[in-house]
Design a binder for this molecule. Structure first.
Ligand code: ATP
Ligand code: MG
Length: 459
């Protein structure tokens, strides 16, 4: 029963049922047409023979002239004939079925075209076709001519045709069914493979692939999509694991430092100044841990951002506010910080998230620039999106690091001297993505960097 539910069996059954219908209809059509044509040709032959015989009838005598030759040719073709006079008396008859020809009365003959009747031979039970025409001389009806032939040959031909059709039909259906089953089985093999692979896959091992030869058909596309989906899942899963490993490692570093400070300070009695320094160091490490924990929390939250919480944001004011609040950081440096964004730019988004993104980007620009300019400017805007650039004349980023700076915890070696967790850009990018946008970067070492933020307006 379970087998019946497989797609290949159902496909085969439907093919067979459909074929049965089509074949039955077309076979019935062939049979009926053949029967009609054959009956017609027998009637035509009877009419022709009657016409020939009529020519040989002596009108006065109502008898066949050259009776022997005519009769033998008629008999050879298995016709029977009978000539009847106006009184209904048989004048002459030849052939196998002469006794069967029904005694027609003159009045029963409607016109000169004659009539056809079919009678049954009681001895053999065969049907016999009879054609009756009047014998007419100068518009006078003298008698009747009847020509008959057995329908046995036609019946046999029809029976043979019926047998052939009844045998051929099921054979064709069985062959088509087998063919359909093999085709369906072939086409569906990859699906079975997909099922087995899917059953084998677990979260721990996403490495299984179908690796089927690529075909352009539906199943081929499904298999290819399945493989790319697995690749994406595996990639995501690997990154997730890497993130957890990195996060725990990053959290362990300040904890280890704190443990070291605590155990070495507690090892013996110390003057108050040393305790004070130790507490200061501990406070620094707790700050670092707090930053890390906050950063991780933000990333986790951004992954599940809800567009429903978005509100209309005055983007121009937001950028100016971020610039103003960070400008004290440039106090010790020789940097000209400017925000050149036209007023009344607006978009739909998360106000706090956007502030955090630009604080991270501008914070980096200030952190990694010693002198020169930092400029925020509007690059492009359409009805759909806004592009804002942050350009600095700082240390720049080497090409080999560029692909990784948005990764969580990634910091370029040279910037290790500055404080940081390496989460800033990852957070900024996740906020941009949550706003249907992205961040790209162009940078040259020693010359500076340009971060380009593009956001959709969702209005
Ligand atoms: P934090 O998490 O505190 O922001 P971070 O600034 O080191 O730490 P990210 O903001 O993610 O981390 O930046 C990653 C790395 O990219 C930085 O360590 C730095 O090497 C490089 N970087 C980012 N912005 C700039 C910039 N404007 N100029 C030069 N290097 C940059
Ligand atoms: Mg940063």
């Amino acid at each position: 029963m379970k087998h019946l539910k497989t797609l290949r069996v159902r496909f085969t059954l439907w093919t067979a049922i459909w074929l049965l219908l089509v074949l039955s209809l077309s076979e019935a059509f062939v049979y009926i047409n053949f029967a009609r044509e054959q009956a017609q040709s027998i009637d035509d032959a009877l009419r022709l023979t009657a016409a020939q015989v009529l020519l040989d009838i002596d009108d006065e005598m109502l008898l066949l002239e050259h009776a022997n030759t005519v009769a033998s040719s008629i008999l050879r073709d298995q016709f029977s004939i009978q000539i009847v006079d106006l009184a209904g008396e048989t004048r002459q008859r030849y052939g196998l079925y002469q006794d069967l020809l029904p005694p027609h009365r003159i009045a029963a003959i409607p016109d000169q075209t004659g009539i056809f009747t079919t009678v049954i031979d009681p001895a053999s039970q065969h049907s016999i076709r009879v054609y009756t025409v009047p014998i007419v001389e100068e518009e006078r009806t003298l008698g009747l001519l009847q020509v008959a032939q057995s329908l046995l040959v036609l019946q046999q031909a029809l029976n043979q045709l019926l047998t052939t059709l009844l045998i051929a039909g099921p054979i064709v259906i069985i062959l088509a069914g087998i063919g359909g089953y093999i085709l369906a089985a072939r086409a569906l093999t990859p699906i079975d493979q997909i099922t087995r692979t899917a059953a084998r896959i677990s979260v721990e091992d996403l490495s299984a692939r179908l690796d089927l030869p690529s075909t352009a058909d539906e199943v081929g596309r499904l298999a290819a999509t399945f493989d790319t989906m697995l690749a994406r899942l595996e990639d995501g899963w690997r990154r997730e694991r890497q993130f957890i490993a990195d996060a725990s490692h990053e959290l362990r570093t300040p904890l280890t430092t704190m443990q070291t400070i605590l155990s070495s300070t507690l090892a013996r009695q110390r003057p108050p100044a040393e305790y004070e320094k130790a507490l200061g160091d501990l406070a620094e490490e707790t700050d670092r841990m707090k930053l890390l924990a906050e950063g991780l929390l933000l990333l986790a939250r951004n992954d599940t951002y809800r567009a429903a919480a978005y509100q209309s944001v005055d983007f121009s004011t937001l950028l100016q506010d971020v610039t103003d609040s960070l400008s004290p950081l440039t106090a010790d440096k020789n940097i000209a910080l400017t925000c050149r964004v036209p007023p009344n730019l607006s978009l739909n988004g998360d106000h706090d998230g956007l502030i955090r993104m630009f604080v991270n980007l501008l914070g980096n620009a200030i952190k990694y620039t010693e002198q020169g300019q930092i400029t925020i400017f509007l690059k492009r805007q359409t009805d759909q999106f806004i592009e804002v650039a942050l350009a600095d004349t700082g240390m720049g980023i080497a090409a080999e690091h560029l692909p990784y700076i948005f990764d969580r915890f990634y910091r370029v070696e040279t910037s290790r001297t500055t404080a940081g967790t390496g989460l800033g850009l990852a957070i900024a990018l996740s906020i941009a993505k949550a706003h249907g946008g992205t961040i790209s970067v162009e940078s040259e070492i020693g010359k500076g960097s340009v971060f380009l933020v593009s956001l959709t307006r969702r209005q």
